[in-house]
Design a protein around this ligand. Sequence first.
Ligand SMILES: Cc1ncc(COP(=O)(O)O)c(C=O)c1O
Length: 494
Amino acid sequence: MNDPQSLGDTSPEEFRRQLHELADWIADFRQHIGSLRVAPNDKPGAIVAALPAEPPEEGEPFEKILRDVDRVIVPGMVHWSHPMFLGYFGWTTTAPAILGEMITAPLNVNAMTWRTCPAATELETLVVDWIRQWMDLPPEFGGVVYDTASVGVMHALAVAREEAAPSVRKHGLVGAGAPVFRIYASEQAHSSAEKAAIALGLGEENVRRVPTDGEFRMDASALREMMVSDVRDNFKPLAVIATVGTTSTASVDPVPEIAKICRANKMWLHIDGAYGAGFAILPENKSLTVGWSEADSIVVNPHKSLFVPLDFSVLYVRDLERLRRVFTLVPEYLRGDVVEAQKNYMDYGIQLGRRFRALKAWVIFRSFGREGMAARLREHIRLANLFANWIKDDARFELAAPVSLGVVCFRFVGRDGLPSGPSDAALTDRPNESKIDQLNSEIVEKINTSGRAYLTQTKLRGRTVMRIGLGNVLTTEDHLREAWEMIRETAGAL
Ligand SMILES: Cc1ncc(COP(=O)(O)O)c(C=O)c1O
C-alpha cells in the first residue's frame, strides 16, 4: 500500500533537479546530434525486444528512464533534425521551438473553447493572422490550427460538400439526395485528397487525377476537359485542389488559371500549400501567391517550412464562418463553456480537445522574426540550387525535375553518362531504364543504411529518382557537399 505522504507529484526540489538534468540532456543532444547515426540499421522489432514486455508494477527513477532513452530510443530513431537528414522536406526543429514545446508542457491546457483557455484561443487567432499577413492573404481569410494538412483538406472539402448539397450535414449524402461529386487534383498531388474523400463518403475513385505538364504542374486544359466529360456523365464537379509545392518535386500548379475554371463552374478551390505556401514570406517569392485571393481555402504547414515542430498546420477559409456553420455543435455539458462573442475553436472542426499549439509557433516567430525565417529559407533555396549545379556538372547524373523551393529530384543515369538516345528523352524510354531505376533505389538504400546521411526516392513518369529536401537549419554547405560525395562514391561503386 502506498504511503499517502508519497502520493501526488514529484517533490518540487526533486523536480527542479530533474529539470536541470534534462536541460543538460537536451543541450547535449542538440550539440552532438551530428555525431549520431542518422537512421538505425536494426530489424523491425529491435526496440520492443530491448525493453521489458511487462508493464512496471512499481515506479522507477527518472534517471533510469532517461538511461533507456539513451540506450534504446535515441539509437532507434531516424533523426529528422540531423544535419545530414535530407529526406522528405528536410524539416527540422530549432532551439526556440524546443523552448516553446517546453513551456507548453506544464501549461497543459485544453484549447477547445475560449472559456477553457482564453490565452490559448486568442494566441491561436493572433498567430494564424500573423501567418496570413506574411502570406499576403486578404483579411477575409480566417484560419484554424489543426495537426496536419490531411485533416485540413478534409475539413475544407466538408464545407465544399455542404455548400453544394446544403443538408448533407443533417441528413447524410443519401438522405440529402446529393449527386455523385467529383474532386480534381493533379497526378502529383498528395494522397490526402483521397483520404479526405474516403472520410467524407465521397469515394476515393471520385478524386480524379489531372495530368501534368513537362514541369509537373497541373495541365489546366486537361482539367477543363475532365470536368466537361464528368458533367456529361452526370457527375457533379465539386472542388479542385491546386498544389503549391507538390510532394515529389515541389512543383507549383497554375493557380490563376485553375481559379478561373473554378469560378466559372462554381467549384470550391482548395490550395494545398502544405509545403510551398510558407515560402511566400520571402518578398522575392510573392509570385507564388498570385491567385490565392481567389481560393476558398488554403492550407499551410508551418511544421514543414516555417520552423514549427510537428504538428502545426493551418487551414484558412475565406470567411471562416462557412467552416463554423458545418462543424458547430454544442452539447449541453459544454453550453456553460461557450462564450458566443468569442471564438470557440471546437466549433471549427471535429476535434473537441485541442493542444495549445499556438504557443510554440509564437515563441519561434518572435525569436526569428520574419526576416530570420526568410534568411533561413533563402539559404535552403541557395543550397538546393547549388546541389543542382553539382548534378549538372557530373555527366553520370541528371536533374529529374526543375529545382523548386528546397527540393531537388535527380537520377543516376549510368557509369558512362547518358546512354545514346534523343537528348530530351530524360525519364522516358531509354535503354536499360529499369536497370537504372534499380541502381537509383540501391544508392538511396545504401546511403540510408550507412547511417551517415538520409535521402528519399520517388517515382516520376514511372521512373525511380532520388530526392533531397533542404529545410534543416543545421544543414550547411559542407554537409551537403559530404552527402553529394557519398552519392557519387556509392554510385561509382555499383
Ligand atoms: C503537398 C502535401 N500536401 C499534404 C501533405 C500532408 O501533410 P500532413 O502530414 O500535414 O497531413 C503533404 C505531406 O508531405 C504534402 O507534401
